[in-house]
Design a protein around this ligand. Structure first.
Ligand SMILES: C[S@@+](CC[C@H](N)C(=O)[O-])C[C@H]1O[C@@H](n2cnc3c(N)ncnc32)[C@H](O)[C@@H]1O
Length: 449
């Protein structure tokens, strides 16, 4: 371990340094957050998985094992989220009709948490790294998020295009990641003061853009998963000095501890979590933007599905949808009007329903995963764990039923779709999502690869 890092920690928390060092030898804190859009937390089907409730967020529970291959995880009933990370979104105080921007969103633990709080509102989540944006998209689909746009942009142009537009903005900034020491050995190997200072400069740039995108009266939350003061309290003090319109407000968290005393900011208003507090490490601060500057973002014209698309929707789902948009041959839907992003790179906006191929309509995986249609699907088949395991490995399954497209479910929860010939379901799980040949779904509750 880097000596300078250890010296800094000793200075930062002299009375608890030994406890901090001991925490480095303990297992990582693990937790899951129940997806309230897909399941009533009181009816979570695997209560045996849940350890103690996490103090950081509602519906978040400590767990004691890896659960990435748990069937309910694949169905999107929960998200595996480091417990202290789940404390950040509560500070945003998301209202169901808010327009929210998550500027640094991949892989999506906080963005999917924000989405759970929205109803008629909408989430714009952004990720600068194209590869990480794909991982984020996969999590958004798995969790069944409907009203979202995922952009792949630098923070500057995105925030300039949406000046004074957002009710809430989250900057979960790229940081030196000292709270990830145990998870990623690389953090310890590459620790340096230069890196901390580089991160701090980048954080200030991202926050400056975020302030621009926030409406007057709106809330900005700044968070990191590092302990370095230069990236935490000192960034907060810098924001207050640079942007007089930003007011630091008490983050109102009932967990963790106050920040470190720092000139130019009130450390009692921000929150820190160290491993001694029940999570790996998180810093968070909440600001309100003074004034009433407010812009309404430009919208795209609502489009109508064509006759083939309409026939598909009628055949598959009870009830109606509100907003549609086409891009080339693809059809997307949302329960919020589509936003106009102009020339910005949009990876996805809304639920991909499917695509016209010649004169046929080929549905998409995301369509069957959406949380708001789960109980409205007309054609679905249920399989047991062995069949799900086979299906997730790309095999066909034998189930009698009506020919045509069907949602394929485990315990009533869709995890994909297929095309039935009346006897067998032809596998339509996207290739990139299939399990590796030797991996198994939840054998003895363990992930095995
Ligand atoms: C701490 S991670 C975000 C974690 C995420 N909020 C979550 O809870 O799952 C920070 C993200 O910021 C992205 N990032 C890196 N440089 C950036 C920049 N200059 N502007 C915006 N985002 C950046 C990284 O690719 C990374 O995905």
């Amino acid at each position: 371990m880097n000596e300078q890092f250890l010296n800094r920690m000793q200075t930062m928390i002299p009375d608890e340094f030994e406890a901090f060092m001991a925490s480095l030898d303990q297992d990582l804190y693990k937790a899951l957050r129940i997806n309230t859009k897909k399941v009533d937390p009181d009816r979570f089907p695997e209560p045996g998985l849940l350890g103690k409730p996490s103090p950081f967020a509602d519906h978040s529970w400590y767990v004691d094992r890896p659960l990435g291959l748990d069937p309910y995880h694949i169905c999107g009933l929960f998200y595996l989220q480091e417990p202290s990370a789940s404390g950040v979104v509560g500070l945003l105080d998301v209202q169901k009709d808010d327009l929210v921007l998550d500027l640094c969103a991949a892989p999506g633990s906080k963005t999917t948490q924000i989405a759970q709080k929205l109803e008629s509102g909408m989430l714009v989540c952004n990720e600068i790294d194209a590869k990480r944006a794909q991982a984020l998209l996969s999590n958004l689909e798995r969790m069944g998020v409907v009203n979202f746009a995922l952009t792949n942009s630098e923070s500057g142009p995105l925030c300039a295009a949406f000046e004074n537009c957002f009710d809430k903005v989250l900057v979960d900034a790229p940081c030196s990641g000292e709270g990830m020491l145990k998870k990623h050995a690389i953090v310890a190997q590459t620790w340096s003061m230069d890196n901390i200072l580089m991160c701090a400069a980048r954080q200030k740039e991202i926050v400056s853009n975020a302030v621009r995108a926030l409406k007057g009266g709106g809330v900005l939350v700044y968070s990191t998963c590092t302990y370095a003061k230069e990236e935490n309290e000192e960034v907060v003090a810098w924001i207050l000095e640079r942007f007089p319109e930003m007011e630091l407000v008490d983050c109102g968290a009932a967990f963790g501890r106050p920040g470190l005393k720092t000139p130019g900011m009130d450390a009692s208003k921000v929150r820190r979590v160290f491993p001694m507090d029940g999570g790996e490490g998180q810093f968070m601060a909440k600001f309100v933007k003074k004034g009433d500057a407010s812009n309404t973002p430009a919208l795209l014209k609502n489009e109508k599905p064509n006759a083939t698309e309409r026939a598909f929707l009628r055949e598959q789902v009870e009830g109606d949808f509100s907003f549609f948009h086409h891009s080339k041959e693809k059809l997307f839907r949302m329960e919020h009007a589509f936003l106009d992003f102009g020339k910005l790179k949009v990876v996805r906006q809304g639920v991909l329903v499917g695509e016209m191929k010649k004169n046929r309509f080929e549905p998409a995986h995301a369509f069957y995963m959406a949380a708001d249609t789960m109980d409205r699907l007309k054609n679905k088949v249920s399989c047991g764990l062995c069949e799900m395991d086979a299906y997730m490995h790309g095999e066909q399954i034998r189930i009698e039923g009506e020919p045509g497209f069907v949602g394929v479910c485990f315990d009533g929860y869709p995890f994909g779709f297929g095309k039935s010939d009346g006897h067998r379901i032809n596998n339509k799980i996207p290739k990139g999502m299939r399990l590796l040949p030797k991996s198994h779904v939840r054998m003895d509750g363990e992930e095995q690869q």
